[in-house]
Design a protein around this ligand. Sequence first.
Ligand code: GLY
Length: 250
Amino acid sequence: MNVDEIRETFIRFYTERGHVRIPSASLVPHGDPTLLFTGAGMVPFKPYFMGLAEPPAPRMCTVQKCFRTTDIDEVGDYSHLTLFEMLGNFSVGDYFKEEAIGWAWELLTEGFKLPKDKLWISIFLTDDEAHDIWRGIGVPEERINRYPEENNYWFSGDVGPCGPNSEIFVDRGSRPDTCNECRDGKCKPNGEPDCGRFLEVWNLVFMTLYQAEDGSRTELPRKNIDTGSGLERMACILQGKDSIYETDVF
Ligand code: GLY
């Protein structure tokens, strides 16, 4: 699939499931003094998640252009960019974990036809609910790993909506020649250093909290879903390339 087909497949999948397509917003967020740039698909939707405005629809999907500086030290490797496009589906107080997880799995395995046994899952340390949903779908225990806040909690800047997340990684094959963990059969997503075996393709955020400037967190008025899947990474996987720079995006 070329990137046009990937965008189209994503949008068709979610519009068929009641999502309204919203156009990509400006790279400079409007009326948001907490962010310099639109660094994620959820940025234009922050007022909806925070209960400050009503969304055009409770289910929305976008292909949002993003400018991200938080991981700038990694830009230039096989999978990080400053400017990228993010495929995202969003629920403002509508569906929650069950549908967000189920649909992501369905699109990856049936729409994009990725082999189920190549998909690994990360969840927040204490998120038994997400764990049970993934197990119910059929993901074996050994491919579901729990991580602390550092890996599996998503924030939109220092202040704003946040929540635990679950990420989906594609296993691109063991690298025993260059990675000790691969050689020992122990390599997992989020390994340090990153050997390149696992590529994160989708982040599902269960956005229920608001983080204030002092770091305190309070419940948002509604339970929301915010997902982000990097178009260039999806293309890298679906086009069988080693690096995003080898995809038709470039
Ligand atoms: N908002 C989720 C992400 O950017 O990964």
